[in-house]
Design a binder for this molecule. Structure first.
Ligand SMILES: [Zn+2]
Length: 112
């Protein structure tokens, strides 16, 4: 945001000079720097979301046609929902069968 503030300060100085062309140029720079600032925020959020998915992905172990978290053993999670949407959906277990209530993927489940 420093660039934007520098342009704003320069604008205040320029407005005293009555140089319309220079004021317009500085307004363009100010607008461009604000757009860069907003894009920077958006890109940082994208990187953070990507890293969260990557960290979670590295914590998943494939077993019994399901995913389990290596770190704490949680699971089973649906491989279809993770592969398609990167959503970690807990599967319901009934006897030796695990079912995803979101995409309806089902699999035999031995939990060994
Ligand atoms: Zn699913």
């Amino acid at each position: 945001m420093v660039l934007y503030e520098m342009a704003r300060d320069a604008m205040k100085l320029l407005q005293k000079s009555d140089n319309i062309e220079l004021i317009q140029k500085l307004m363009d720079i100010q607008k461009e720097s604000l757009e860069m600032f907003e894009e920077n925020i958006r890109l940082k959020a994208e990187i953070r979301a990507f890293n969260e998915v990557k960290t979670l992905d590295e914590d998943l172990e494939f077993r019994d046609n399901c995913f389990f978290k290596i770190s704490n053993g949680e699971g089973p999670f649906c491989i279809t929902c993770w592969g398609k949407d990167r959503k970690l959906i807990r599967m319901q277990i009934a006897d030796d069968f695990a079912l995803c209530n979101v995409c309806k993927t089902g699999t035999c489940f031995t939990n060994e």
